[in-house]
Ligand binder design. Structure first.
Ligand code: GDP
Ligand code: MG
Length: 594
């Protein structure tokens, strides 16, 4: 704001006709004024507060109030006599949109106070003083501030957030980034920030633990600035609120600012339509059956509605709010716990209300056929990028870069982003040192990113998830090779490479002569599995003495596709008939690295 004022002031002094003039009708909304002056709505609302006017973004101002504001910002006001018609926000074709509460997720480094903050907010501001009545946690709750509702997702952390996004759900409007003032920006602070940015949600910083004697807010503001998070005090537009979750300080201030950002976002939902939303949490209750917490995103959910969630169907038997109270309806941005599904859906899945049981059945079938219900978002492989590039179809390439040491990040990131051209923008959406984690895989899924490891390997859990979700991970130990591959991919020139993956090992126990057909190796699987479609390496005395395709795999008299660890089987190879007892058969599958 300072800059703008200075600029406006100096141009005003130097050249009269260049003095920025703002035309003001008899009434104008805060938003229209913000657009005209090119300043953020938040700045306007704050300036209005200083002028003693409490306003939200859609509020109309009369000429006097608007003119004062215009001068405050260094412009001159010009009175217009034409009224401005209509509201600023136009409803989607025919659909009636109404404003709805904001949905907030709390993120940040471990132990910086996410859970404490959620608790503090719940205890101080829960609607109707029901905090004490809350007996169980349902994954979300709603509070009231100045007669307005705010919904909090009580599944803190960016992993849960991105896991939902990876399933195609966009539940959060604003991410509160909690940073402990005595500890500062930590690896997971950066990770949370990257995840929130990749999702394009608004960010508000809560500077927590300010009650601590060693709290050092200025140091943290500097660290945030270094990450490109410029808070208002430093000339940026990110709101930063000092709080203490423990001493319950600054909580109302945080909530008011969340409402301010919500106003800026002009959050709206359709009310008059079949309800739709997203699953926040779900579990099987021993007594009550499948139980899910859903967040309504449009329409109003009612008991006895027929719903479909992926391949799960049901008729709502009962509905509860976050305090466990029976409710008769749930409006947009309201969390509700529902009973009556035929099985347990997954977090992040979308629910839809349908007309009746028949329609539910049909939709479940359709979803099953199209694979909805499994994750709907997928990462992208570098070879797929190459294919798209040669078809001229790639605009953005998102990359997640993990390295062994911190020092390698910047040079690699720079080289990668320098590969951007006017056709394709290369964006490194997240970097970090250490191994590739599950959270990296989720981010890759949610943001269609390629994961690149430089001397960095995936953790076992991450490998498993990557395989399950077909997310490709490229690992390198030479920087130029890494950059070259990405460059080739962008030019559509990266050829798929293949690698031999050992899927199992067997030991030959007996050799059967099968006449003209050759030999059958009676073997026992020692590790992994033997598969019919493998290539086999015959190893004797530690050396590979032959390699051949499997031409027969049998268990007793039956032809089988695979045999697993511990079991015995008969193996016949295409072009090898000199087995000896004690030979090791290594089953190898060729896989494309992508
Ligand atoms: P989370 O891992 O981010 O969920 O962090 P927790 O909410 O579990 O808090 C971690 C620790 O910090 C706990 O021991 C809290 O009591 C403490 N803590 C949280 N907020 C504050 C605060 O505002 N002031 C102080 N002094 N301690 C806090
Ligand atoms: Mg916690």
């Amino acid at each position: 704001m300072k800059n703008k004022q200075d600029q406006a002031g100096s141009t005003g002094e130097n050249a009269k006709q260049a003095a920025p003039q703002i035309g003001l009708p008899p009434v104008i909304t805060v938003k229209q004024l913000a657009d005209q002056m090119g300043v953020s709505g938040i700045e306007i609302i704050k300036q209005l507060m200083r002028n003693g006017i409490m306003a939200n973004i859609n509020q109309s101002l009369d000429y006097e109030a608007a003119a004062k504001l215009v001068t405050d910002f260094g412009f001159t006001a010009k009175r217009l006599h034409i009224p401005v018609h209509g509201k600023t926000s136009i409803a989607a074709k025919g659909a009636k949109l109404h404003s709805r509460p904001p949905v907030i997720t709390i993120m940040g480094h471990v132990d910086h106070g996410k859970t404490s903050l959620l608790d503090a907010i719940r205890q101080t501001n829960v609607a109707g003083g029901e905090a004490g009545a809350i007996t169980q946690h349902i994954g979300a709750y709603q509070i009231e501030m100045k007669g307005r509702k705010i919904t909090f997702l009580d599944t803190p952390g960016h992993e849960a957030f991105t896991a939902m996004r990876a399933r195609g759900a966009r539940a959060t409007d604003i991410a509160v980034l909690v940073v402990a003032a005595d500890d500062g920006v930590m690896p997971q602070t950066i990770e949370a920030l990257d995840h929130a940015r990749a999702a394009g949600v608004s960010i508000v910083v809560a500077l927590n633990k300010i009650d601590k004697p060693d709290a050092n807010p200025d140091r943290i503001k500097q660290q945030l600035a270094d990450l490109g998070v410029l808070i208002e005090e430093w000339g940026g537009d990110i709101i930063c609120v000092p709080v203490s979750a423990k001493k319950k300080l600054g909580i109302d201030d945080l909530l008011e600012n969340l409402l301010l950002v919500a106003d800026m976002l002009e959050l709206k939902a359709e009310w008059d339509c079949p309800a739709e939303g997203v699953v926040i949490e779900a579990k099987l209750d021993k007594n009550r059956g499948p139980l899910a917490t859903v967040l309504i995103q449009k329409g109003v959910l009612k008991p006895s509605d027929n719903i479909v969630i992926g391949t799960v169907a049901g008729k709502i038997k009962a509905m509860f709010n976050y305090a466990g109270k029976n409710i008769r309806k749930a409006e947009p941005a309201t969390p509700a716990e529902i009973l009556g599904m035929n099985s347990v859906p997954e977090a992040g899945e979308i629910f839809q209300v349908v007309a009746g049981e028949k329609e539910a059945k049909a939709l479940v079938e359709k979803n099953r056929d199209s694979g909805i219900g499994a994750s709907s978002a997928r990462g992208i492989s570098l070879t797929a990028v190459a294919a798209q590039a040669s078809a001229g179809e790639i605009k953005d390439l998102n990359i997640i870069l993990k390295t062994d040491v911190h020092g390698s990040i910047e040079p690699i990131k720079d080289s990668l982003e320098r590969l951007s051209s006017d056709k394709t923008r290369v964006k490194v959406i997240h970097t970090g040192s250490g191994s590739i984690t599950e959270s990296d895989i989720l981010l890759a899924m949610a943001s269609k990113a390629v994961i690149v490891g430089f001397n960095s390997k995936p953790e076992p859990g991450a490998s498993k998830l990557a395989e399950q979700e077909s997310i490709s991970i490229r690992q390198y130990s030479v920087i130029y090779k890494l950059i070259e591959d990405v460059e080739k991919a962008l030019k559509g020139l990266l050829e798929p490479e293949f690698a031999d993956i050992v899927v199992g090992q067997a030991e030959v126990k007996t050799v059967f002569e099968a006449g003209k057909k050759g030999q059958i190796a009676g073997s026992q699987i020692k590790e992994g599995k033997a598969t019919r479609d493998s290539q086999v390496r015959v190893i004797r005395g530690g050396k590979v003495i032959a390699e051949s395709r499997v031409s027969g795999l049998r268990r007793f008299k039956d032809d089988v596709k695979e045999v697993t660890t511990g079991m015995e089987c008969g193996v016949k190879l295409d072009s090898f008939n000199d087995f000896e007892t004690g030979d090791i058969l290594q089953f190898v599958r060729r896989e494309q690295i992508d």
